[in-house]
Design a binder for this molecule. Structure first.
Ligand code: SF4
Ligand code: SF4
Length: 131
């Protein structure tokens, strides 16, 4: 039985929530976040979002996502791409993606070969889809 901890264990470093921009929210993310916050769209937009054209991202405060405070404070309402990180399916398509993600996230296992890593990730993603 494969455990997520075989390939990833979060070090709580916060690197993935830092930067001058954040992930973009798609339509589902928007709905999910509004439901979670139990607030209206205009209120959430004014308080938490940075909207550029049709792109919605979360605001940043002093180089961190507005929801970051020693961890994600909107865990159950966060965007899908935050939930996927760092075990993104794109790793399975290109070894360069694993290299980039390993460089950005200290929680990703560095001992396994690309093939070993993908084998475990593939199984985990399939299990998640079935559940
Ligand atoms: S960069 Fe990786 S180890 Fe650090 S908080 Fe984000 S997921 Fe966890
Ligand atoms: S929503 Fe949460 S996990 Fe995503 S960037 Fe913001 S603080 Fe980090």
């Amino acid at each position: 039985m494969i455990q997520q901890s075989d390939i990833f264990a979060c070090k709580q470093c916060g690197y993935c929530c830092q930067g001058e921009t954040t992930v973009s929210l798609d339509e589902q993310d928007v709905k999910h976040m509004l439901d979670y916050l139990k607030m209206g769209q205009s209120e959430v937009a004014a308080k938490y979002w940075r909207i550029t054209g049709t792109t919605i991202q979360m605001k940043t405060v002093e180089g961190c996502c507005t929801f970051y405070d020693q961890g994600c404070t909107i865990h159950a309402g966060k965007p899908r791409r935050c939930s996927q990180w760092p075990l993104h399916p794109s790793i399975l398509c290109d070894r360069a993606n694993l290299k980039t993600i390993r460089e950005s996230c200290p929680g990703v296992n560095r001992e396994l070969s690309y093939e070993e890593f993908c084998d475990k990730l593939h199984t985990l993603l399939n299990e998640k889809e079935e559940s």
